[in-house]
Ligand binder design. Structure first.
Ligand SMILES: [Zn+2]
Ligand SMILES: [Zn+2]
Length: 478
């Protein structure tokens, strides 16, 4: 452990540097860059709390028979027995259990102590109320204006709030008044989203909107970290580093994988938020529990059925391809699909082509290239060049982007049209299909566009997705 502080602890005071480092975080003891003695003194004085990184239960009768214990990783909330492993620990010399779930953020093992600051909170620099923090000068649509005002009053009254908004409603901009007022009250705000791509897209926009405020962007491999930034944009994963830090939590794409399927990320949100912090949930396709809470009046919220530019959502068309898995096995793309791509490509529209799997992302890309299309690229979650390819697509250097559902949301390209190849595959549920359809017609100067589900037999999910979009258009007054 490095000794980087010369503060000598007294019983009545504490090291401000140590507090500054630790406040709002949950940090393994060995990662705190202060002397162990200083930390121990703070623990005995009651300024720092230490918790076991892995909690063990099951020393009772059942486990004495089965030999099985239950573990909980206190940092990430993992309680799945299969996601733990044990090693002979080089540090404590015993047999230590470690958490595999959050391993990519540094190891948490049985002998890990997690430190949190429980002493007095540091003073915050509160801007003067007259200060104008938001530099965004665009105009909100009437729907956005109404939603922005309702969100602002809910958050300032300490209530949670659901924004149920169609894709392209302009959710980000309508957050600005509520964020500005929270910052003026001296509160810490995090805007969290499950996907790295979305953090990367939001960061420059948020920084431009709040030029005077330090903003941190946190995602795996990010370097945009500002100590004590009152405004943080983070993947939901990165929230596990925080502890009771944020006064306001805004969760974008609350229904998105992995948040929706991973209860550990809900754990992270809860841990990062202060007790009683209000939470704003944003979604075009809210999960059932939030939807029901909103519809029954238990959760405040607003529904936005119109896009910011005032045009309706493009409604998906269904196009039959015949037995596409069989065609692919023969190394051929179905005719209806290839003709559609040819037509769009000739009209010079950027094309998203969604496919059900990584394998098909490779295969369909290859077959399109064989058909003579230049500037085609395939992309998937583990693709090391994913960000470069998305940028090239945005900039028009790639014209056809074949992708798995990883790009079903967040990435917006003006004038883009979309195909779902193999739309009858179970990976494309209603939510995914609604999100994918939402890629089309996003910009005010190209508010229309084609979205086609290529299939070998309509599924219920395809029909539901189309109904969902038609319903939103009706509610939007079209
Ligand atoms: Zn150990
Ligand atoms: Zn863990």
């Amino acid at each position: 452990m490095m000794l980087s502080s010369s503060h000598s602890p007294e019983t009545t005071s504490f090291s401000k540097d140590l507090r500054q480092f630790l406040y709002g975080r949950e940090c393994p003891l060995e990662e705190i860059p202060f002397s162990e003695q200083l930390i121990r003194d703070h623990v005995s004085a009651g300024w720092i709390n230490l918790t076991d990184g892995i909690q063990t239960s099951g020393d009772g009768f059942f486990s004495s028979i089965t030999g099985r214990k239950k573990y909980l990783c206190v940092r990430c909330g993992n309680a799945n027995f299969a996601a733990f492993a044990s090693i002979t620990c080089g540090r404590c010399g015993r047999n230590c259990v470690y958490c595999r779930h959050c391993l990519n953020m540094g190891v948490i093992r049985s002998c890990t102590k997690l430190a949190t600051w429980i002493g007095p909170a540091p003073d915050r620099a509160v801007p003067t109320p007259e200060e104008k923090l938001c530099a965004w000068s665009g105009n909100l649509s009437p729907e956005q204006t109404k939603a922005a005002a309702e969100l602002d009053s809910a958050l300032s009254e300490g209530d949670s709030f659901l924004i149920w908004a169609v894709t392209g409603a302009g959710k980000t901009e309508l957050l600005f008044p509520a964020v500005e007022h929270a910052l003026l009250r001296g509160e810490r705000v995090v805007l969290s989203t499950p996907r790295t791509d979305v953090v990367r897209e939001l960061y420059p926009r948020i920084k431009a909107a709040f030029p005077e405020i330090p903003v941190s962007a946190l995602y795996g491999g990010s370097s945009e970290r500002q100590p004590e930034a009152p405004l943080v944009i983070a993947t939901t994963h990165q929230l596990i580093r925080f502890h009771r830090y944020f006064d306001r939590v805004i969760i974008d794409e609350v229904d998105a994988f992995p948040y929706h399927f991973d209860p550990m990320l809900a754990y992270a949100v809860k841990k990062a938020a202060k007790k009683g912090a209000s939470i704003a949930y944003l979604s075009a396709t809210p999960p059932a529990d939030l939807k029901n809470a909103f519809l029954s009046g238990k959760l405040r919220g607003v529904k936005i059925s119109r896009r910011y530019h005032g045009f309706p959502l493009p409604v998906p068309r269904f196009m039959w391809t015949g037995n596409w898995p069989q065609s692919l096995r023969k190394g051929v793309l179905p005719k209806s699909f290839i003709e559609w791509v040819r037509g769009k490509n000739a009209a010079d529209r950027p094309l998203f082509c969604f496919v059900p799997s990584v394998r098909l992302a490779h295969l369909v890309t290859e077959l399109l290239q064989k058909e003579g299309f230049a500037s085609v690229a395939g992309v998937h979650a583990q693709d090391p060049n994913r960000h470069e390819k998305v940028t090239a697509f945005r900039e028009g250097r790639i014209r056809i982007l074949v992708t798995t559902t990883i790009l079903e949301r967040g990435v917006t390209v003006p004038g883009a049209e979309a195909a779902v190849f193999g739309a009858d595959d179970p990976v494309f549920d209603e939510r995914a299909l609604v999100q994918i359809s939402g890629r089309v017609g996003r910009s005010a100067d190209r508010p229309d566009g084609d979205i086609v589900f290529f299939h070998n037999g309509k599924t219920l999910e395809m029909i539901r997705a189309r109904r969902h979009i038609e319903q939103m258009n009706r509610e939007g007054g079209f």
